[in-house]
Design a protein around this ligand. Structure first.
Ligand code: AMP
Length: 291
């Protein structure tokens, strides 16, 4: 596996490939786990070459403490990527990604998409995500780039950005990988104690409960109240939001939409770790979980 740390070494690597070879990019912030592995495997299956990027992007952290505490496990990650069969890893230092601190000059906004959910609670987060993903796409110029449904709003934003900027890449989405307990895998789970991990499983159980209620026709206002009641019973959980969006346009909805898929989305603190999760509910009669 090639280790690439600056823009020209990525360009040298990609330009050596023949025009027919397709490159898949898997952007990550490291501390790799089975969720990342699912993205990598999807890319390995569909492309001739897979490049994984590992970069803890400072411009998408609105909370400096979260940035400081973000797990960094490069040695483990490189071994993990070797084992998966990844062709190259791009792990740039900050001065490669932000040589002139231009993050202070360029701000991206995404209309209603960054005013709700994560955007509302993490000001500037999606501007930072958009900036770093557009840089990565420009540097690597992949045929396909892979993102997890774990970050459902991020996926909607990246799709919009790629459309608006006419970036020639196919955005591929991969379903959420969970532990046997239902807890969505996340690099931040490393910061949970074993008791907190147990408490955190309540998030997915509550999403499943919401889905069941929705499918038997309970209205969304009642479901939201039931969910907040259930989660507030658990003293270890502090809910930041629980909302419902229409998958099609990522607008918040207050009433059931029987014609299209919806998603229940939650963000909550377990101890001092902020976790997000979601569940996509297809329209009645369909069993597809596609986004
Ligand atoms: P991160 O390193 O957390 O920025 O994640 C990098 C990519 O992996 C993002 O596209 C995430 O949505 C995706 N990802 C993270 N956790 C999971 C998971 N449990 N299942 C599927 N994809 C995931």
């Amino acid at each position: 596996m090639k280790l690439l740390q600056d823009v020209s070494s990525v360009r040298n690597f990609t330009q050596k490939q023949t025009a027919k070879q397709e490159i898949g990019l898997v952007p990550t912030m490291g501390a790799l786990h089975r969720g990342h592995r699912a993205l990598l495997e999807a890319s390995l299956q569909n492309n001739d070459l897979t490049i994984c990027s590992i970069y803890v992007n400072p411009t998408q952290f609105n909370n400096p403490d979260d940035l400081d505490k973000y797990p960094r496990t490069l040695e483990h990650d490189l071994k993990f990527l070797e084992e998966v069969g990844c062709d190259a890893v791009f792990c740039p230092p900050n001065q490669v990604m932000y040589p002139k601190k231009e993050q202070q000059l360029l701000q991206l906004s995404f209309g209603h998409l960054d005013k709700i959910l994560e955007g509302q609670h993490r000001p500037g987060h999606f501007s930072g995500v958009g900036l770093v993903v557009s840089k990565l796409l420009n540097i690597v110029q992949p045929r396909r780039a892979y993102f997890g449904q774990k970050d459902l709003q991020q996926l909607a934003i990246i799709r919009q950005m790629v459309r608006e900027f006419c970036i020639s890449v196919e955005i591929m989405s991969v379903p959420i990988v969970r532990e046997a307990s239902g807890l969505a895998l996340s690099s931040r789970n490393q910061r949970l104690s074993s008791e907190e991990k147990q408490v955190a499983t309540q998030l997915y159980r509550t999403l499943l409960f919401a889905q069941q209620q929705y499918e038997i026709g309970i209205d969304l206002t009642t479901i939201k109240q039931q969910v907040l009641d259930r989660l507030s019973r658990d003293t270890g959980i502090r809910v930041e939001y629980f909302e419902v969006v229409r998958i099609d346009d990522f607008h918040l909805i207050e009433e059931a939409d029987k014609s299209g898929a919806i998603a229940f989305c939650v963000a909550a603190y377990v101890g001092d770790v902020r976790l997000i999760d979601n569940i996509i509910v297809p329209p009645a009669k369909s069993t597809q979980q596609e986004h």
